[in-house]
Design a protein. Sequence first.
Length: 439
Amino acid sequence: MAVQEARQHGEHATARAGCAHCGRTGHRRAVAAFLARRDELAAGHGVPAAVAHSPVAARQWVSDELAQSARAVTAHGRAAGPARLDLVRRGGLRAVWGAVLVLLLGQALTAVGAGWTGARTAGLCTALVLAALLSAAAHTHRARGGLLAPLTGEDNRLSTTRAVAAAWLLLLSFSLLFLAARLQLLGPPAETGAGSEAGTGAGTEAAAEVTVSAATAFGPTRAAGLLTALALVAAVTVTARLVVTTGIAAGRLQKVRADRPRAADLLCDDGGRACLADVQYLLVSGTVLLLAAVGLARNPVRLPEVPWSLVLLLGVSAAWHLAAKCTEDVRPTIHSVVRSREAGDLDAPIRTGDDIEIRGRGFVPPGAGAPDPLTRLVVRIGPVHAHVPLVPVPGGFANPTDTSLTVPLPADVEPGRAEVSVVTAAGVETNRVTIDVVD
């Protein structure tokens, strides 16, 4: 049995639930056991002799066996979740403090010959303060992956809009803290001897240390492009969430919770396919952000200047991304319901015990192609709720699919007219289609 094999392989992972390696190993073995069992049943092996004589009973037994095995795989995934999130949290902290170390080494290398300056001290102090704040935030959200928590949406996937907004917010925070620390360390121009420095060391590193007033460093003229870009990405984040929430409430969108956030979520849709709107928004925003960071490094006496041409490009990219969000439609719909006919059967009306095929679209929304979500598909036939049986084939499932479902008509359905609808794994119900059931 696949369930027994998965449990046997996962005993070590269950005993040490806090071990990320053990949890991942147990989950991988459970998945491998499920895939092996699915292919075995798809080939017609392993079906008990007590039900093998009846195709309907055999199909139901196979479906129940796969459903139980799929639940075991999901249980192993949940058990490995906390250890995996803790691993992500520690990896994020290593990346933050590693960036601080790289900054320190870079400043030390560039200071050879030119000398250590106040700007270098301000930059290092700013990096330490931000790293400490990010570490505190990661500790607060340690149960949700640390720094990954603000970037994760309600569907447990990484959000492209949140990641872009967080990157811009991080750049602006670093710029403001750096300029404030620089002014605090170097003081106003009158206190630093700006005139003597400019007269005796023009073109040297000391001349670059001439400070500017707070009005110049934080002036709105040069920072207007940066603030507009930040306002754009913030508006896109809020608007995208509003569009998704409204679509779910209206039944136009289906969101199935992911088992864990992945880096590919930033570039792909819920089904794992590359999304052009997300890719271009991430690339354009990242490029403009990189140019702004380079501008701060080249001229560290004021907020980085973002040219209006780049702001316009970012606005076009944001509009494209939002337009794709607004036009997204995965509403489940039934087009027709027909009697399923096998080779050699005579044409006939729908009777109790027959298989009916429901044709339409959106029955398996993006992200619901895993075995466990497939087991949650339900067909409502009058007052009776029938679970859709899983029909395995090598490498996947023949039933259910996104465009068709095949279910046996339950014996509790009375002859006459009955309404048929489908409830997907996201909890969305389709339109209702009436069928005639004869005695």
